[in-house]
Design a protein around this ligand. Structure first.
Ligand SMILES: Cc1cc2nc3c(=O)[nH]c(=O)nc-3n(C[C@H](O)[C@H](O)[C@H](O)COP(=O)(O)O)c2cc1C
Length: 394
């Protein structure tokens, strides 16, 4: 046996292993910030349950000695149909988490969308972890701040702009409210014992720069120097009055490919295209915004049908296995995005943990495709799926 049981014990076999490691490594409030979702977390569970409604059809007698995961996304050839989704404050998982994430994505040849709410400035990411990264934007009430972010992203060489439209107000994430999570995280009487049981995390956070929204400064009135909670910050600075007219305005400012993220209906997908999107990202923000929304995979087919012939459809929400990716690709996604899976890896082992998450999912996808007789991503289609028995979808 190669490596022996100790080696096996160290190696994460799947995303759930990474999640358990992240849970052991992080203070409860920080783990919940990553793992949690809005209100009763119904949408979070629906994201997972939706995959259980489809079974993969095995095929035999096909030469699958070489399975090619390569595909093209927004005009660029990529080695696999995987993009790391934007997640704010990667620095909560480990100090300067954005740099580690960007490097892992670049090493794997895939793309990562840096959130405008990163804990490291977009310029530092571009210079310390160069790569063809994407940049994700929220629309701030102050259009000057919004425009400046777009201009800075263009000047730093970001290739694709992702405009997230599903946060006119912040979803109520009850785990965060209960834990009293703040930015930066602080040690209080209430969480002291729990935080002190995580010395490795505490050490990296304590040694590193202050965890805050690095792209905006106290000078523009955007961030406070005192620890603050996410919800009042977002609700006071993001614009709840954003409309499709703002997307047109952004379209005029951004010369490169533009993707609209947070689309969950065919109607909004069509409107995104009419107002200038080159791609639509089917996403319910990982269940963190409107609770009781459908699982992302449930709405993917109707959106792909409505706009798939005109623009690319990307997908996120609940992917934890390569088989999940295969299902989303078969139902019309050009590429899949993941949020929590790489954050679990980041918290578990920094850059190596993000690399693990990518390696695990792509290994699983490749194996599933071989067993389904699919040599290329384009071979994945509706014929590869059949309804699963009802007992799986709970
Ligand atoms: C901790 C965390 C922070 C996030 N921050 C952002 C963000 O800043 N911008 C954004 O568009 N989406 C954000 N998202 C949503 C992700 O981009 C993505 O839609 C979601 O995580 C996909 O679901 P999954 O975690 O099940 O893969 C965040 C998600 C998490 C878990």
């Amino acid at each position: 046996m190669v490596g022996g049981p100790a080696k096996l014990e160290r190696m994460a076999l799947n995303i759930d292993d990474l999640r358990l490691r992240a849970r052991r490594r992080l203070p409860r409030a920080v783990f919940d910030f990553i793992d949690g979702a809005a209100e009763d977390e119904v949408t979070l569970r629906r994201n997972r349950a939706a995959f259980g409604r489809h079974a993969l059809v095995p095929r035999v007698g096909i030469d699958v000695s070489s399975v090619d995961l390569a595909t093209s996304v927004l005009g660029e050839r990529l080695p696999a149909p995987l993009v790391l989704a934007p997640t704010g404050l990667c620095g909560m998982a480990t100090s300067r988490g954005e740099i580690a994430t960007a490097r892992a994505a670049t090493d794997a040849g895939i793309r990562w969308a840096a959130s405008c709410l990163s804990s490291v400035t977009l310029e530092e990411i571009a210079s310390e972890a160069p790569g063809e990264h994407w940049f994700q934007l929220y629309v701030w009430k102050d259009r000057g701040v919004t425009q400046k972010l777009i201009e800075r992203a263009a000047a730093s060489g970001y290739r694709v702009l992702v405009v997230t439209l599903d946060v006119p107000v912040l979803g109520q994430r009850e785990r965060d409210v209960r834990s009293g999570a703040t930015i930066p995280p602080r040690v209080t009487l209430r969480n002291a014992i729990d935080t002190l049981r995580c010395p490795r995390w505490l050490w990296t956070i304590w040694r590193g720069p202050r965890v805050t929204f690095a792209n905006v400064t106290p000078a523009d009135g955007s961030v406070s120097l005192k620890p603050f909670a996410l919800s009042p910050f977002v609700n006071s600075l993001f614009d709840p009055a954003v409309t499709w007219k703002d997307l047109e305005w952004i379209r005029r400012l951004w010369k490169g490919p533009l993707a609209v993220k947070g689309v969950m209906s065919a109607q909004d997908a069509r409107l995104s295209v009419e107002h200038g999107a080159d791609a639509v990202i089917v996403s319910n923000h990982g269940g963190r915004q409107l609770d009781d929304a459908p699982g992302s995979l449930e709405v993917l087919p109707e959106i792909a049908e409505a706009i798939g012939s005109r623009v690319e459809v990307l997908f996120d929400g609940g992917i934890r296995r390569g088989a999940d990716m295969a299902k989303a690709l078969a139902l019309g996604a050009r590429a899949c995005m993941i949020g929590r899976p790489y954050l679990y890896g980041l918290a578990a082992a920094g850059q190596a943990g993000v690399a693990d998450a990518i390696r695990i999912l792509l290994g699983e996808l490749r194996r599933a495709m071989a067993l389904m007789g699919c040599k290329r991503v384009a071979d994945l289609g509706r014929a590869c799926l059949r309804p699963a028995s009802a007992s799986d979808s709970s």
